[in-house]
Design a protein around this ligand. Structure first.
Ligand code: DAH
Length: 337
């Protein structure tokens, strides 16, 4: 009888390994585990075993039955699970969900462009405080005590104090030179404030990019080269330009640079007010008084400086004639940049 038990065990093990479906498994159950299956038959045969064999065979048979039952249960749950429709983790054929992405404001894009161009020419980027005092905003920059820009009408002063909102980014030039020995080569982008009526041409808050290069023997021709290089990169290499004498208290001599109107190429249009020229930057050689004030020797050290209006350059290049549109946050406008 022991041989017969062993035979059934081998047969069962071989057959259950080959099972592929629940149907096949059911056939297997009927064959081995059902009431008339081969294991039940063996239990019946146990009655005829000799009394000393009975307990031994009984034990073997019980082992076979629980082994077979466990193997059957395991196979059943494996096959049932496989029969479940498998849910794919995701459907790669579906179109993606739209994620609305913001973009940089055109003013920020323009500031980035200034930085990129000047960093390419070896300038570093420095920032200074928007809340200034009248020393850095005016005195250190050689403004005469009775200069009209000091008037409350033009400058936002904090009541009864010498603290103000800076009217230009030029004071940062003085702050860097106080902290650094020559060479100093930096641009100073940032917000500036003027107490003016808001109109198509002016805002109370706008942006400037000042720049300075001071070292031994810096010349006016380097100023020209730097500004022309900037203008050709920003406005395009086909522009024509001219330098006109001008006046700023902190530069001597001073000059403004004009380029041929970007829109009409010099023929005359509403953007250039029919002159064919657009003023794009104020500049000059740093005034010796300023060099002295920061402890530089004007006999040995010279330099140039310049200041751009950021909104203005953006408007000129895009051919827009009302500055206020930059601050209205109309998406139809912003999406064009
Ligand atoms: N600060 C001047 C302004 O606000 C612009 C300017 C002119 C800056 C000449 C400079 C400069 O650094 O050299 O109108």
């Amino acid at each position: 009888m022991q041989d017969r038990i062993e035979e059934i065990r081998k047969q069962f093990t071989a057959e259950i390994e080959a099972i592929q479906s629940l149907d096949q498994l059911e056939q297997l159950r009927i064959k081995f585990l059902a009431r008339k299956g081969s294991i039940a038959e063996l239990f019946d045969a146990l009655k005829n075993a000799s009394p000393d064999q009975k307990p031994v065979m009984g034990k073997l048979l019980n082992e076979l039955r629980s082994l077979a039952q466990a193997a059957f249960d395991a196979a059943k749950s494996r096959l049932e699970q496989a029969a479940q429709p498998q849910e794919a983790p995701f459907d790669v054929t579906l179109p993606g969900r739209y994620v609305p992405l913001g973009t940089k404001h055109p003013i920020v894009q323009t500031l980035d462009e200034y930085k990129r161009i000047f960093v390419g020419m070896g300038f570093s980027i420095v920032t200074g405080p928007e809340i200034e005092n009248d020393y850095y905003n005016f005195d250190a920059l050689n403004f005469a005590p009775d200069h009209p820009a000091r008037d409350m009408q033009d400058t936002f002063f904090i009541h009864g104090s010498k603290i103000l909102l800076r009217t230009h980014t030029t004071p940062v030039q003085v702050r860097i030179m106080e902290q650094q020995k020559p060479p100093v080569r930096a641009i100073m982008p940032g917000k500036v404030y003027r107490n003016e009526a808001v109109s198509a041409r002016s805002l109370v808050q706008f942006h400037q990019v000042d720049g300075i290069y001071v070292d031994k023997g810096v010349t006016f021709s380097e100023l020209k080269g730097t500004l022309v290089t900037f203008a050709k990169q920003y406005y395009g290499s086909s522009i024509k330009y001219r330098f006109r004498p001008s006046y700023f208290p902190f530069t001597e001599p001073s000059a403004e640079m004009d380029i041929t109107c970007y829109l009409c190429a010099g023929k005359g249009c509403r953007i250039c007010k029919h002159s064919g020229w657009l003023e794009i930057v104020g500049s000059g050689m740093v005034h010796p008084n300023i060099l002295k004030r920061v402890g530089y020797d004007p006999e040995k050290i010279s330099g140039f400086a310049f200041g751009f209006g950021v909104e203005r350059s953006l408007l000129l290049r895009a051919g827009i004639d009302d500055i206020r549109i930059l601050y209205e946050n109309d998406l139809r406008f912003l999406r064009q940049f």
